[in-house]
Design a protein around this ligand. Structure first.
Ligand SMILES: [Zn+2]
Length: 370
């Protein structure tokens, strides 16, 4: 079932008929009443659109990322490469294969593209900022309810699309102020100062599958692999403040290694010792995080799940981003005080002495998502 939000359907009907938004809404409500309880609002909107002869699935012009909806088949879309992940092999039950992914962006957003088996071969050739076209992909929702485009047998990736001459795609600015973050945003970037750090928490995992291993009857047990000699994973929480707001940032194994500049073995050795000194050193550090937001239901708060940690962000680059961000804000009629701009510049300059070093790592969690 293709999920298109009611608002989108109404918009489509408006574009293709003489009806006003109110008239369309009342038609949808009528339909809902008629079929009381048997149909969702989206379903009713679909029926109304059909009865009016409006094809809500019809594509006019180039498909943009924000308009990709889970369930779509034959997705043809242009995008610029934002990030490429490593290809990995997997073995699941009796299925063996390869999976790889990358992220593309356009002016409306970003989306992860997942390639299966032979379709992963091309991933080696992908470079950041390259314009590509995807043909005959299909869209689905992953288990974190985020949209993805998958490419298996029928689909393909075109590296040098012939029909792209007039297309000038500029990827939407991913930098956000913490105060602007919303639920379920992916591929966003924040830059801020660490204002609080907590002790890392270590826990036992199965060395085979990375899932949690729990002590049962005197031995560690994995749900799938039974008794195992456990490995360790860890999680660390920080509070990061960027002047607009602060947020809890959650880091997993790979991101913690990046943040603390320590190898897995070193961290395991430290697992029973004090982290006071390390925590102290973190305070006041300016760090850039890429990742996604997630609503913590238990505490009803927004958290930032880090996927990449950039220590010592390059001040020149960051200044440019802030300028771009300000420009975008002005364009959307939001103004901002001079003082605030000044403040941001000062924050960046403090870090000028350091060179840019990047830690690009994919988390366990990401692997599990695939
Ligand atoms: Zn296991």
């Amino acid at each position: 079932m293709i999920k298109i939000p009611k608002e989108k359907i109404i918009q489509k009907i408006q574009e293709n008929t003489e009806l006003s938004e109110d008239e369309i809404t009342s038609k949808i409500n009528e339909k809902l009443k008629q079929l009381s309880g048997l149909i969702s609002e989206e379903g009713a909107a679909h029926i109304v659109a059909n009865q009016l002869g409006v094809n809500v699935l019809e594509q006019t012009g180039r498909l943009q990322i924000e308009n990709v909806v889970p369930g779509m088949r034959q997705v043809d879309i242009f995008g610029k490469i934002v990030r490429v992940y490593d290809v990995r092999e997997f073995e699941k039950q009796d299925r063996k294969g390869k999976v790889g992914s990358f992220v593309i962006g356009d002016e409306t957003g970003m989306i992860r593209v997942v390639c299966w088996n032979d379709k992963t071969d091309i991933i080696d050739e992908l470079k950041q900022d390259m314009l590509i076209k995807i043909e005959a992909g299909y869209a689905r929702e992953n288990r974190n309810r985020r949209k993805e485009i998958h490419i298996s047998n029928q689909g393909s990736i075109i590296l040098d699309p012939k029909d792209a001459e007039e297309i000038d795609i500029s990827v939407k600015n991913r930098r956000k102020k913490i105060s602007e973050l919303k639920d379920n945003e992916d591929n966003v970037e924040i830059l801020g100062t660490i204002v609080q750090a907590f002790d890392p928490r270590f826990f036992e995992v199965c060395p085979e599958c990375g899932k949690r291993a729990r002590m049962k009857e005197g031995a560690y047990q994995c749900e799938v692999h039974n008794e195992v000699e456990p490995n360790y994973s860890y999680v660390l929480n920080l509070f990061v403040d960027d002047g607009s707001e602060n947020i809890r940032v959650v880091l997993w194994r790979n991101q913690i290694q990046g943040l603390l500049q320590k190898k897995h073995e070193e961290l395991i050795e430290m697992k029973d010792s004090s982290f006071e000194e390390i925590k102290n050193d973190l305070l006041g550090q300016i760090v850039k995080f890429e990742g996604r937001t997630s609503r913590n239901e238990m505490f009803d708060r927004l958290e930032f799940i880090a996927r990449y940690v950039h220590l010592n962000p390059d001040p020149e680059e960051e200044l440019k981003k802030i300028k771009e961000q300000n420009k975008q804000e002005k364009e959307s009629n939001k103004t901002k005080s001079e003082d605030q701009e000044e403040e941001e510049k000062i924050v960046i300059n403090e870090d000028k002495k350091d060179d840019l070093s990047k830690e690009d790592v994919m988390s366990l969690e990401d692997l599990e998502e695939l």
